[in-house]
Design a binder for this molecule. Structure first.
Ligand code: SF4
Length: 292
């Protein structure tokens, strides 16, 4: 990893704010879009760029904000990858969010988030905290191939359960479904049934498939050659260079998705999930001058 002083930390996003403390990721997911060439990495993806001044920048930004909002993190790089254990920058940023009583929507695949559960609970009590967890495969062995450096789905479900016990709302990203790998009715049903069981508020799924583009595609194909011999040629024959790589079982999978989500009372349209995650109730939006 290497350290930089960033110029800013928050980006505007639909009336709310997004932040990435790290750049790059060590979780090693074979399909990771964040390693695509369009993001213009000037260093190897696993050589994490650490924005060492993130807490100071965040504090200055929150101090100057006139209205409270939800702060999103985890979209481009996991806030709980390995280096967070020693660096604790995500934790420092959460402490600031809690102190200034902003809301938080935090996305991860890692059970390291449990280290900060008290802080998440505190943020949820003062304002609002939504924990977003990505789940792709219920099969542990497959999980260790497609997401090799992070805890498996069963452990992630335990994390969701622990959040639920604290009353911290959760949202699951069901993505990607890799054609001919995890795009089965059994897999989607098993994941969604677990989501219902542990009281997940909403499930985000943009499509029953994966997206591939330059940088990401090459890495993915190398992994296919290593773990699924012959599958790369099938992808090339079926999808060519297309960005959208939809499962041939999409229709069937959507039917299962809609049925289980509806029956289980989970939000399942992306717009309603985002509306839920972006909404900081009015009563929390006013700045409490005595806290600043
Ligand atoms: S956790 Fe997210 S950012 Fe990290 S490798 Fe996996 S998909 Fe990429």
């Amino acid at each position: 990893m290497h350290f930089v002083d960033a110029k800013g930390i928050l980006t505007a996003h639909n009336g709310n704010a997004g932040m990435n403390i790290y750049r790059g990721c060590t979780h090693g997911c074979i399909y990771c879009d964040s390693r695509s060439k369009c993001y213009q990495f000037t260093h190897p993806f696993e050589d994490i760029e650490v924005k060492q001044n993130a807490p100071q920048l965040l504090e200055a930004a929150l101090k100057s904000k006139r209205k409270k909002c939800m702060i999103g993190t985890g979209a481009m790089s996991d806030p709980y990858m390995h280096c967070e254990e020693q660096l604790g920058l995500t934790r420092k940023c959460l402490e600031i969010i809690s102190r200034y009583e902003f809301g938080l929507a935090i996305q991860t695949k890692s059970d390291r988030i449990l280290r900060d559960i008290d802080l998440l609970d505190e943020i949820n009590k003062k304002a609002k905290c939504v924990v977003e967890m990505t789940l792709t495969t219920y099969d542990d062995e497959l999980c260790s191939i497609i997401e090799p450096n992070v805890c498996n789905t069963k452990r992630r479900i335990e994390v969701l359960e622990k959040m639920q016990e604290r009353g911290i709302p959760t949202v699951v990203w069901l993505t990607p479904l890799l054609p001919f790998i995890n795009d089965t009715v059994e897999n989607v049903s098993a994941i969604l049934n677990e989501c219902v069981r542990v009281g997940v508020k909403g499930v985000i799924c943009f499509g029953m498939g994966v997206t591939l583009r330059e940088g990401d595609r090459e890495y993915y194909y190398e992994a296919l050659d290593k773990h699924f011999p012959g599958l790369k040629d099938k992808y090339i024959r079926t999808y060519g260079n297309s960005y959208d790589v939809a499962s041939p079982r999409s229709k069937e999978l959507w039917a299962v998705f809609n049925r289980i989500c509806k029956e289980g009372g989970m939000l399942h349209r992306p717009d309603e999930c985002f509306e839920y995650m972006n909404d900081l109730p009015e009563k929390y939006q006013q700045m409490n001058l005595f806290n600043l």
